[in-house]
Design a protein around this ligand. Structure first.
Ligand code: HEC
Length: 105
């Protein structure tokens, strides 16, 4: 019985690891260089951040990287409370980059 559990754990781990490797291989080259697809980030921001209030609530503000990270993290918590799930890590990062470059102008 114990051996089956161990084998299952190893299998699960192996699948999880290969999933990570595959996901990495699928990422476009731009993401690797640290560049952000701003068109996609804009769409993510507009879809996600207009659910509860106007986009201008964010666009009117100027914040630094840490400031936007903190705000988006807090909004992700608001999102979980209202819709049952956090904003994905990937979407949060894209939104932070979008706001850093485009908000408060
Ligand atoms: C689930 C609803 C909800 C979603 C989704 C949401 N917000 Fe908010 N937002 C709020 C509420 C409620 C407040 C006022 C209370 C607060 O500041 O937490 C607020 C306030 C703000 C403020 C003003 C306060 C500050 O820290 O400057 C900004 C900026 C903001 N949101 C940006 C965003 C961004 C960017 C997103 C998308 C990542 C977003 N919001 C998504 C509910 C939401």
């Amino acid at each position: 019985m114990k051996r089956i559990v161990v084998v299952l754990m190893i299998l699960t781990l192996a699948m999880a690891l290969s999933g990570v490797v595959l996901a990495d291989a699928d990422k476009p080259a731009v993401a690797e260089s640290g560049a952000v697809d701003m068109e996609a980030a804009k769409a993510t921001f507009e879809n996600t951040c207009s659910k509860c209030h106007a986009l201008s609530r964010a666009m009117a503000k100027k914040k630094d990287l840490a400031g936007w990270q903190a705000t988006v993290k807090r909004m992700s918590t608001n999102h979980r409370i209202r819709f049952g799930e956090e904003i994905s890590q990937e979407d949060q990062e894209a939104i932070v980059q979008y706001l850093l470059e485009n908000a408060g102008k």
